[in-house]
Structures are given as C-alpha cells and as structure tokens.
Design a protein around this ligand. Structure first.
Ligand SMILES: *[C@@H]1O[C@H](CO)[C@@H](O)[C@H](O)[C@H]1NC(C)=O
Ligand SMILES: *[C@@H]1O[C@H](CO)[C@@H](O)[C@H](O)[C@H]1NC(C)=O
Ligand SMILES: *[C@@H]1O[C@H](CO)[C@@H](O)[C@H](O)[C@H]1NC(C)=O
Ligand SMILES: *[C@@H]1O[C@H](CO)[C@@H](O)[C@H](O)[C@H]1NC(C)=O
Length: 626
C-alpha cells in the first residue's frame, strides 16, 4: 500500500521508506513499527502532511519556473528610432509637477481577498481539470496568432492571416505577455519578450495614435509583464512608449488629446485637442501612468494625469447627474468642460474611467483622498440612478440588477430636469459588478459588495438566457417599477405586459430587444465573476464561470486556425443551426477573457488582489507596499 504513496507526498516518501527498512526488528519494535506505520497512514489520509509541510504556493513555484536562469530566446534590445522623452514640448508645463505619493504616505488597506481554506481533493481535481481546459484553449489561440499573424496587431481567425489596427506594434503579442507568464508558458513568453525588444515605437502603421488603446493594451501589457518577470527590456520599452503617451498632453491646458499626431510630436508643434471626446479616454490613463512613475521614479507621468483627476474631482457634483460624468466631455479650449453632457452610462465611452477611481486609490495605498471621494460619489450615484431590476419569470430566485443608460433633458422653465432611464444595457457594463465588489472591500462598505453581487448575477443571468449560453453585445430588458428587492410582489412576471412590450419575436422572456446580437469575445462578465469569487469565496461563482467557459469555448472556437472568433448571433439555437462567426479575434481575448477564466480556476494566491491592481485590460500591476 505504501508503494504508491511516496509519489504523491513527494520528498516525504523516501524518508519514510528508509525507516521501514530497519533490519531484523524484534517483536516489540515490530509492533511499534506497525503502530507507527498505521499512524502515518491515518495522518496521510486526513491530509496531515499538507498541513505540517505546506505546499509551495503556486505564485512562488511559477516565479521560479518563469524567472530563473537565462532567457530561452536571447535578444538585443533595439531603441525606438526617436526618443520621445527628448522631444521638446510646445507647451511645457508652467506649474511644478504634482509629486507622486509614496507608499508610506498611504493607509493600511483592508484585506481584499476571501481567506481561502484548504480545498478538498475532489474540488482540487475538478478545479485543475477546468484550469487545464482553459490553458489548452489559450495555447491554441496563441499558436494560431504565432503561426498566422506573428507581430501583427491581430489574428484573422477564419482567414488565417493578420491585420494591423493599433499602430502595428504587435498588439496581441504585447497584450498576451502576462497571460503567457501566468500560465507558465516559459518558451512562448521568452520568445515574445525577444520580439518586444525590437518594437520601434516611432514607426506606426497610422499617423494618429489612439491614446486610450495604446495606453491600456500596450503600456499596460508591458508594465504588467515587467512587474511579473522583471525583464529590464520591458520597462525600457514601457518608458519609450510612456514618453510618447506623455507627449499627448502637449496642449495649452496640459489636458490630453484622444489621438496623438506623430508628426506634430516630431516637429514639436504641440497637439490639437479634439472638441469632444468620450470621458473614458482621458479617464483611463491614470493607472498606467502612475505605475510608470512608480517604477521609473520619474514623477512626470503621474503629474500629467493627476491634473486630469483634479478636473474630474472639482466637477463631480456639478454635472447634470451629480456624482457621475457624462459620456461626452470637452477638454478643448481654455476652459475644459466635463459637466454639460446629457447621457450617462457605465458602458462604452465612460466605463473604465469609473473603474479607475477605486483602483488608483488602491495602487496609491489610499494616499489620495480626492480619489476616494470620486469613487464613493460615483458608486452612490450610480446605485441610485443607473441600475434597474428587470422583470423576469423566475425573479424570486434571481435577485439581479442591470445597468442602464440615463438621459437628462435640461428643462429651463421650471428648473427641474427631466430624467429618463433607458433599460438598454451592453456587455461592456458587466465589469461594474467587479468594481463594486472591489470597492466594497477596499472601503469596507458591505452595501457595495451586495450591489456588486446582484449586478454580476445579472450578467450571469443574461448569459444563461440565450441558447448559445452567451450574452449579446447590446440589448434591452423590461424593467420592474422598483429596484427594491423586498418589493418582489411588485415585480411579478406579467406575460401580457411583456408580449405587449416585446419588439422582436423569439427572444427569451424578459428581453425586449437585442440591438446587437454578437458576442465579440468580451471579458467583462467573467471579470466580475472573477472578482466575486476571489472576494467572497462562494462556490456559485466558480460554477457560473465554468458554464460561461463551456459556452464561450464552444461558441468562439474557430476550427480554421484554432483561434477565437466573434460569434455573429448568440440568439440562434446551436442545436438547430450552425454557429456563424466573424473573422475577428481582438487582443483582449487572450489578454483578458482567457486570463480571467484561468485565474478563477487557479489557486487564489496567483495574482492575489491583495498584491496586484488589474488595469482595464486585465494587466496586473504590483502595488507598492508601505
Ligand atoms: C489539454 O490538452 C492535452 C494535450 O493536447 C490533452 O491531452 C488534455 O486532455 C487536454 N485537457 C483538457 C482538460 O482539455
Ligand atoms: C516601419 O515599419 C514597417 C512595417 O513593419 C517597415 O516595413 C518599415 O521598414 C519601418 N520603417 C522604418 C523607418 O523603420
Ligand atoms: C459631492 O456630493 C456628495 C454627495 O452629496 C458629498 O458627500 C460630497 O461632499 C460632495 N463633494 C464636493 C466636493 O462637494
Ligand atoms: C399586466 O400588464 C397588463 C398590460 O400592461 C395590464 O393591463 C395588467 O393589469 C397587468 N397585470 C397585472 C396582474 O399586473
């Protein structure tokens, strides 16, 4: 019986065997030996060894595997052909830089993650199997990218080719770096780092650089890969690119542009600010620029973005929906205006701006009180104004919330604005459950955590409702008169009402219309499920994640290449009609979607939320500790 034990208990097995082999024991010692042996067996069966000699944590094991020894792909770091940090700005800042708060200026943050106990062998086995399935699918997608679109921005998963859409700096490659690291793919990671070493951030496939995408995908990807692997070339490349993004602030008011004009940077002409931009564009630069300042010790990146946050801070209570910012703002002219827009949403256009308020306070260890109030005010206002309870047939077992879109019509006559909440939502809003859950822990506010759970369940519900198991990109539901769950009697399913409101035939009950039927490999729902799992430790979230993974793996797999492909219509029943796909694999498929699935089924010390802050592209930044 002992023969097969040693393998499972590792080093302990050989120690034990040695003791058994005592030569010619006497009667007494033989009996003792039997008793001793028996005790060891019992100890083993109740898992005693694992308690006395804890297993090496996954994160430590992985660090050894990924970071020790020589790289498997030697490279020579090539500097970008222009050093953007040396180009003279047209509008140098006249004010002294805003200093970067140090970790010791912060406060002790509460524990974010649930205190996970031991996992039963059965659960462990199930979890490992699921994790392997996610890793397998990721390897297939990465191999397809490598084979058909190496160093291109994106893979075309049906036609087995590549395309450039974000300056041609290999967006998918940079975006995938930390996923490869986290999944322990050493060979693939080293090869990708060698490719990064040659990127020229002065040679773009298009003359305009989108500041938002470049920041979250490229800069975020480089910083996280550096934080995990400590390969110097990654920080060097991050700094080269960070200097280009910093040049996007070369405007008279030092507010950033949405699109950086490369030629104007080269010739020190200054940047032309757009009359109107979505608030997420300037609102989603802060985590990356702050981390770059923390890592390089150069405060200029943080200083640039701290000015934008000051503008948000002084304007937050003056908007048409105080606490929230309109989707469209204007940073143009001498007086930037972030208050007069009339549309409010947590979806596309605004989403990650909100996400970054609590996350930046976490990255700064709570050292910046204005960020904490930006976070509290938006969380309170969104709860009160943007969420609705949908009318669904099984509402008693589904206490869920959906995030809608508010429109304010200023009424100058009686000075009371009219408010309209449209029950239209989109997949992009599904990140918000995770943000509430994180804020709930970060600010020790139970209410936020509860709201986060309801919002996340709402997204899980929308996935489950469609025959593919996937949520469409954009849809409308039938709202209940009240969001208060204690009034469930007031939200009884009304078939007549639903039939009268329904705009398209054949939709699941509760859904009024689906205005965009695609699933484009988006991560936001599994992102929130990941936060809920790591924060509460409740098994419901792992189960929800698995159902979603099975649906995603089935719906999005492109047999042409092995890559992931957008699904054209998630409302079509795959048992009756073949799933149709689009020739598109966005870089966030490997960077975010597959990474979040993998992390849900990994030991929770891997990318612990107590150590890392994840940017809006799922890139983990190490938080400096006081
Ligand atoms: C993962 O892939 C390997 C090799 O292709 C295969 O043997 C294994 O069964 C797969 N595991 C899962 C869980 O899909
Ligand atoms: C810029 O990149 C393109 C595409 O990778 C390449 O063909 C070209 O030679 C590069 N130009 C310079 C000046 O390096
Ligand atoms: C904004 O409004 C909130 C809620 O009414 C309030 O708590 C906060 O102090 C206000 N902030 C400012 C800067 O006026
Ligand atoms: C259901 O909705 C219809 C149409 O709006 C309405 O006439 C009816 O009174 C509702 N039934 C109940 C039980 O609320």
């Amino acid at each position: 019986m002992f023969k097969d034990k040693p393998e499972e208990t590792g080093g302990l097995g050989s120690v034990y065997r040695h003791r058994v082999a005592v030569p010619r024991p006497g009667k007494r010692s033989e009996r003792l030996l039997v008793i001793f042996t028996f005790c060891l067996v019992v100890f083993y069966m109740v898992g005693g060894f694992e308690r006395v000699i804890p297993k090496i944590p996954e994160s430590v094991r992985l660090e050894r595997h990924m970071n020790t020894g020589q790289t498997l792909h030697p490279y020579k770091a090539v500097k970008s052909s222009i050093d953007w940090g040396k180009v003279k700005p047209r509008y140098p800042s006249k004010r002294p830089p805003i200093p970067l708060p140090t970790a010791s200026e912060g406060i002790a943050l509460p524990q974010i993650q649930h205190s996970f106990g031991r996992v039963s062998r059965e659960d462990q086995k199930k979890r490992d199997e699921r994790r392997r399935a996610v890793r397998n699918l990721t390897i297939k997608s990465w191999s397809a990218y490598r084979k058909y679109s190496w160093k291109k921005d994106a893979l075309l998963p049906l036609s087995a080719a590549g395309k450039d859409q974000f300056s041609g700096w290999a967006a998918t490659l940079v975006d995938s770096l930390d996923t490869l690291w986290i999944m322990g793919l050493r060979e693939e990671f080293d090869e990708a780092v060698a490719a990064v070493a040659e990127i020229d951030f002065a040679n773009s496939s298009s003359p305009l650089i989108n500041i938002f995408e470049t920041n979250i995908r490229y800069l975020g990807g480089l910083l996280a890969a550096y934080d995990l692997s400590k390969r110097d070339v990654l920080l060097q490349k991050a700094t080269e690119l960070g200097d280009l993004i910093h040049a996007g602030f070369d405007t008279p008011t030092r507010m950033p542009v949405d699109n950086i004009n490369l030629l104007s940077v080269k010739s020190s002409e200054g940047q032309l600010i757009e009359p109107q931009v979505v608030s997420a564009s300037p609102g989603t630069l802060s985590l990356e620029l702050t981390r770059l300042s923390q890592l390089t010790g150069n405060p200029k990146y943080y200083s640039a973005i701290a000015r934008v946050n000051s503008l948000f801070s002084v304007s937050q209570n003056k908007t048409l929906l105080p606490g929230l910012f309109p989707m469209y703002i204007s940073l143009w002219g001498p007086k930037p205006n972030v208050i007069s827009g009339t549309t409010f949403t947590l979806g596309g256009g605004a989403d990650s701006m909100y996400e970054y308020f609590p996350k930046l306070s976490q990255l700064l260890n709570g050292a910046e009180p204005t960020l904490i109030s930006l976070a509290h005010n938006f969380l309170t206002s969104a709860s009160a104004n943007l969420f609705f309870r949908p009318m669904i047939p099984d509402s008693s077992s589904n206490d869920i919330l959906i995030s809608g879109t508010a429109n304010i019509l200023p009424n100058l006559d009686d000075k009371k604005n009219s408010f309209d909440l449209s029950p239209e939502t989109e997949h992009l809003t599904c990140f918000i459950g995770g943000t509430y859950a994180l804020a709930g822990r970060l600010f020790s506010t139970r209410r936020y955590l509860e709201t986060g759970a309801k919002l996340t369940r709402g997204c899980v519900y929308m996935y489950k409702s469609f025959p593919t198991g996937l949520m469409p990109e954009r849809l409308t539901m039938l709202p209940c008169p009240s969001t208060d769950s204690s009034l469930s009697a007031g939200c009884k399913w009304n078939q007549t009402l639903w039939e009268a409101t329904q705009k398209q035939p054949g939709l699941p009950k509760g859904f009024v219309s689906v205005t965009d039927r695609r699933y484009i490999l988006r991560p936001e729902a599994i992102e929130s499920v990941f936060y809920m799992w790591r924060i509460t430790g409740e098994p419901e979230w792992q189960e929800a994640a698995w159902d979603m993974f099975v649906a995603v793996a089935e719906g999005a797999f492109a047999k042409e290449t092995g890559g992931g492909a957008s699904v054209k219509d998630v409302t079509v029943d795959p048992s009756k009609e073949e799933i149709r796909r689009d020739d598109e694999m966005e870089s966030f498929w490997i960077a975010e979607t597959l990474k979040y699935f993998y992390l849900v089924f990994s030991p929770p010390d891997l990318i612990s939320l107590d150590k890392y802050v994840l940017n809006t592209e799922a890139h983990p930044f190490l938080r400096p500790v006081p």
